[in-house]
Write a protein that binds this ligand. Sequence first.
Ligand code: NAD
Ligand code: ZN
Ligand code: ZN
Length: 371
Amino acid sequence: MMGNSTTLRKVESMAVNQSMQAAFLPGDDKVELRTLAVPHPRHGEVLLRVKASTICGSDIRCIYHEHLGKGPEGYQGVIAGHEPSGQIVEVGPGCRRFAVDDRVIVYHISGCGVCNDCRRGYMISCTSEKYRRAYGWQRDGGMANYMIAEEKDLIALPGELSYADGAQVACGFGTVYEALEKIGINGNHSVLITGLGPVGLATAALCRKLGADKIIGIDIVRERLDLARSLKLCDFVLTAATGNVTEIRDLTHGFGVERAVDCSANALARATAIRATRKWGKIALVGEGGSVEFNPSADVIHDQKTIYGSWVTSTWLMEELVGRLVRWNLHPADIITHRFNLEHAAEAYALMASGKCGKVAVCSDEELTLK
Ligand SMILES: NC(=O)c1ccc[n+]([C@@H]2O[C@H](COP(=O)([O-])OP(=O)(O)OC[C@H]3O[C@@H](n4cnc5c(N)ncnc54)[C@H](O)[C@@H]3O)[C@@H](O)[C@H]2O)c1
Ligand SMILES: [Zn+2]
Ligand SMILES: [Zn+2]
């Protein structure tokens, strides 16, 4: 794993005085490319050559159209992109594990490292206002040729996985793995997924490997329903409608599903997920923002159901997921339908915002030509 000093010097001199392109999201459906100097890593940091940087529904919801996010979702005008994966080209002083040439995923929130949440590996919910900074939100992210990351935020990317696989783990697949670990999935379970965007498709892909008996997906966008069908990720796909609960009961011997995961953030879809879950079932809410209305007694209490909220994941569960992906031969990049180079980042964001796609990736070098 260790890069030798000749490589280090060579790569260092390559990066010095170089400039790079980086994408910013000023709002109003715009992407602005700026030329900046390539930064150098300080103590405990590394410089990555970004190989793949994928776009999340949260980027569109909170930043791209308009800067709507607050607190942890507040965008502070930094380089965009919170799903980066790349190769280390320069290492700052004081790094303890990673070296030049290592392939890595960036866990997308840098925490203080010493609060209780950080100590559990959940930097996502770091309680330090001063030190918590998410890549692509409050500190420079992956929509650039190079990026600085803290060594403590890195997850090793094994050779069996591509950088695009890694970028998908940085947020989407990591988030879904956490939610599925909370509700538990096995062969006794029919699973309903509301919202078949990249996060919903990731849910379906992981549920398959976890042995779910039957996977039912719902969306409103035809391209997404078609994709879930053509990738064989769902056994049944339904167009969102008021009759969905009845349709799901019909597909599950009249009972409803044992597990449901909302990846839509839509109020009606969330209510469907809750109501189409059978007695003693579990529901995970992953889609963010918006609201939901349900009747606590009729829809949850009397049927002994449990609703879980799930926010991103921990560094240790992300590492565990990477190991599982290798063991299962599961490639998250399979749900990427479009790859763009950084110069075409504006097209990439516009496509993701249209919803007429699977996952959209901005890539460089070998990742541009890979499927
Ligand atoms: N909890 C977390 O930690 C976490 C992490 C990452 C993303 N997210 C959130 O997860 C959600 C999904 O992310 P994504 O990247 O797939 O976004 P996305 O916007 O591409 O996907 C949402 C999907 O829901 C569908 N949808 C809308 N209304 C619907 C309805 N009535 N019924 C069924 N489907 C409907 C949309 O057509 C779309 O395909 C977003 O809200 C995102 O912010 C949460
Ligand atoms: Zn995300
Ligand atoms: Zn912290």
